[in-house]
Design a protein around this ligand. Structure first.
Ligand code: HPA
Length: 273
C-alpha cells in the first residue's frame, strides 16, 4: 500500500468518527505534555489504535490519542504522543500522522518535545521556541522518497511569522520564551557529557530524541511549522543528577498548564496571514 493510500485510510477512519478539518492549529504533544489535551473543549478523542497506520505509542508519558476540538474558540487538533525513531528504527515513523494533519487542512503544526539544555542558564521548566535544528543522527524520513519534492528547502523551516506570533503570545501571557537550536540525537540512551559539550560547540542549545523527522515531514507536506522544547534537565554531565525518563515526564507534567496558557493566548489572536 502506498503512503498516500495509508493516509487516505487514516482520514476515512477519522471522518467516520466525526473528525474533519480544517484546523487553526495542529500540535504534537511531547513526553509528559499530553495533559494539555485536557484543555480542549467539545473534544472528540480517537485512540491511535483505532486509526489505521497510526503508531502505537509505546513510551511512558505518551498517550497515543488524537483529540480534535476547540481552544480559545479556535479549532485545534492535538496528537497526544508520538512514535520515535528509537522505537523501531524508522525515521518516517510519524509519516502518516503528519500527512494526515496536512490533509485535514491544518494551517500550522506546532511540534513540542522534552529536551535537555546545553546552557546552564536555561533551567528545567523553561520553554524554548526553536529557531532551527541540527540533524545529528544522520537520518532523514524522506530517504527512499521519489521525485523532486524530496529536496525540501529547510531555510525558515521554523516559520518566522509563527515564531513572532508565539513570542508575542508568550510576552502577553508573561511566559519567558527564549529561542534556541535543537540537535536531534537518535536515543534512546541519553547523550554522554562529551556529546553535550560537542553539541554546544556546534551551536545547539537543546538536545532531544524527536521533532526533527516530524519537522522535515511537515515541510515535505507543505505545513507551516513551529516547535517548542520544554527543558526537563540540563544536558548530561552538567549537573550531579543522573538523567532519567521519569524526570523528563515529571517536569513536563508540571509544565503542561503553562503550555495550555501559551496555546490559549496564541489562539486568541487573529491568525497569521
Ligand atoms: N537528552 C535527550 N533527550 C531528552 C533529554 C536529554 O537530556 N531530556 C529530555 N529528552
Amino acid at each position: 500500500m502506498s503512503p498516500g493510500d495509508r493516509c487516505l485510510d487514516a482520514l476515512a477512519a477519522l471522518s467516520a468518527r466525526g473528525v474533519a478539518g480544517p484546523f487553526d492549529l495542529a500540535c504534537i504533544l511531547g513526553s509528559g505534555l499530553g495533559a494539555a489535551a485536557d484543555a480542549v473543549r467539545d473534544a472528540v478523542a480517537v485512540e491511535y489504535a483505532d486509526i489505521p497506520h497510526f503508531p502505537r505509542a509505546g513510551v511512558a508519558g505518551h498517550g497515543g490519542r488524537l483529540v480534535a476540538g476547540t481552544m480559545s474558540g479556535r479549532r485545534v487538533l492535538l496528537l497526544q504522543g508520538r512514535a520515535h525513531y528509537y522505537e523501531a528504527g524508522d525515521p518516517a515513523a510519524m509519516r502518516v500522522p503528519v500527512a494526515t494533519v496536512a490533509a485535514l487542512g491544518a494551517s500550522a503544526l506546532l511540534v513540542t518535545n522534552a529536551a535537555g539544555s546545553t546552557r546552564p542558564e536555561t533551567r528545567p521548566g523553561t520553554f524554548v521556541l526553536l529557531s532551527d535544528h541540527i540533524s545529528w543522527s544522520g537520518l532523514n524520513p524522506l530517504i527512499g522518497e521519489a521525485g523532486d519534492g524530496r529536496f525540501v528547502a529547510m531555510s525558515d523551516a521554523y516559520d518566522p511569522a509563527l515564531r513572532s506570533r508565539f513570542a508575542a503570545a508568550a510576552r502577553a501571557a508573561g511566559i519567558g520564551l527564549p529561542e534556541g537550536v535543537y540537535m536531534w540525537f537518535s536515543g534512546p540512551s541519553f547523550e554522554t557529557p562529551a556529546e553535550i559539550r560537542a553539541a554546544r560547540l556546534l551551536g545547539a542549545d537543546l538536545v532531544g530524541m524527536s521533532t526533527v523527522p516530524e519537522v522535515i515531514l511537515a515541510r515535505f507536506f507543505g505545513l507551516r511549522v513551529a516547535a517548542l522544547s520544554l527543558v526537563t534537565n540540563l544536558g548530561s554531565g552538567m549537573s550531579a543528577a543522573a538523567l532519567s525518563h521519569g524526570q523528563t515526564t515529571a517536569v513536563a507534567a508540571d509544565a503542561a498548564p503553562t503550555l495550555v496558557r501559551l496555546l490559549g493566548r496564541y489562539l486568541s489572536e487573529p491568525p497569521v496571514g
